[in-house]
Unconditional design. Structure first.
Length: 317
C-alpha cells in the first residue's frame, strides 16, 4: 500500500476536481513550505554530523553535473519535437532540470518506511540538483538574446547566481543542513518532537494543498498543448532511469539510488518558477506549471515512485 501521505494528495486532488470549497489558507501553506524545507535540511545536516570526513566529493560532483546536463539535453527536444518557442523551451528545461522538494519529501518518506540504506550526503542531492539547471538555462537565455541582437555576451553569472542562491528554498535547505550538521542529534533534541517527529504531518498537509493546486492547473485540460502534456507524462520515467543509472555507476546504496531516481524524474514548481519569472518575465510560466505541477508531480507521486522502487528492487536486490 502507498505511503499514507499520498492519500492526502489524492484527497486534495479530488476536492479540487469536484470544486469543493476546501482550501489551505495561503499563510498556512507558506508556513508549511517553510517548515518542510527547513526540516528536510535539518534531517540532512544531522545525518552528516560526524560524517563530513567520509563525504565522497566525486559523487557530489557527478550529481551537480547531472543538474547541468539534464536541462541542456531537454532544451533541443522541447524546441524541435515539442515545438515550443525559445523562451518557453528554456523555461520548461529549467523546471525539469531542477527538482521538486515535494517529491523529495515523499521519496524520503518511502525510504524511511522501506528502511533502505542511505548515504549521509543524500539529502544534499536536493540542493545540488535544484540550482545548476536554473543557472545554466538563465545563462543560455541571456546568451541567445545577445547572439540574436548581434552583441557579445556580457557576463551576468554573478546576478544569476545571486538570484538562485538567495531563493527561500535554498536558504532554508542550506541553513537547515548547516544547523543540523553543527548540532547533531543531541543538540537538535529540543526541536525533535515538533519538527522531526511531525515531519509526516507537515508533508501530509503540504500534499493536500498540492492536490488542490494540481486540480486548478490541470482543468480544463488544454488539449492544444498535447505535445507538452505527453512530454510531461512520459519524461519522468526516462529521467528516472538516468538517475538510477548514475546511482548504480556511483555504487550508491538502494535508498540513495531511489532518492536520485525520484529527484531526476521530478520537476520544480517552487524555485524554478520564481527564478524564471524574475529573469524572463514574458515567458509563459503557466505552461511550465501545467507540465511540472499539473502532470509530472501527480504522476510521480501516485504512479512513478512505486514503479521506480520496484525497478531498483529488481536491479539491486
Amino acid at each position: 500500500m502507498p505511503d499514507i501521505v499520498i492519500a492526502f494528495f489524492a484527497l486534495g486532488l479530488i476536492a479540487g476536481l469536484i470544486k469543493s470549497d476546501l482550501k489551505v489558507p495561503k499563510a498556512t501553506y507558506e508556513t508549511l513550505s517553510i517548515l518542510l524545507m527547513l526540516t528536510l535540511g535539518l534531517k540532512g545536516g544531522m545525518a552528516l554530523h560526524g560524517e563530513t570526513a567520509n563525504l565522497a566529493i566525486s559523487e557530489l560532483l557527478a550529481v551537480i553535473a547531472l543538474g547541468f546536463i539534464t536541462p541542456l539535453s531537454l532544451y533541443p527536444l522541447l524546441r524541435k519535437f515539442i515545438k515550443l518557442p525559445q523562451k518557453e523551451a528554456i523555461s520548461i528545461a529549467a523546471h525539469y532540470g531542477s527538482v521538486s522538494a515535494g517529491t523529495f519529501a515523499v521519496v524520503m518518506a518511502m525510504v524511511d518506511q522501506s528502511q533502505w540504506p542511505l548515504r549521509p550526503e543524500t539529502t544534499l542531492y536536493l540542493v545540488l540538483l535544484e540550482l545548476p539547471a536554473i543557472i545554466i538555462m538563465l545563462w543560455l537565455h541571456r546568451y541567445l538574446q545577445a547572439k540574436t541582437a548581434g552583441n557579445e555576451v556580457h557576463s551576468s553569472a554573478g546576478s544569476i547566481l545571486h538570484e538562485a542562491l538567495t531563493s527561500r528554498g535554498v536558504v532554508l535547505l542550506c541553513g537547515g543542513v548547516v544547523i543540523g550538521w553543527i548540532y547533531g542529534t543531541s543538540g537538535m533534541a529540543p526541536l525533535t518532537p515538533m519538527l522531526l517527529a511531525g515531519f509526516k504531518t507537515l508533508l501530509a498537509l503540504f500534499l493536500l494543498e498540492m492536490g488542490i493546486s494540481t486540480a486548478k492547473v490541470c482543468f480544463p485540460i488544454p488539449y492544444k498543448q498535447w505535445r507538452l502534456l505527453i512530454f510531461a507524462a512520459l519524461i519522468p520515467f526516462v529521467l528516472a532511469w538516468v538517475g538510477i543509472g548514475l546511482g548504480v555507476a556511483l555504487d550508491l546504496p538502494s535508498g540513495s539510488v531511489l532518492v536520485l531516481a525520484g529527484l531526476s524524474a521530478s520537476a520544480s514548481y517552487i524555485a524554478a518558477p520564481a527564478a524564471i519569472k524574475a529573469a524572463i518575465p514574458d515567458a509563459n510560466i503557466g505552461l511550465a506549471m501545467l507540465a511540472s505541477l499539473g502532470i509530472t508531480f501527480p504522476i510521480n507521486v501516485l504512479i512513478g515512485l512505486p514503479i521506480y522502487q520496484l525497478w531498483i528492487e529488481k536491479l539491486l536486490m
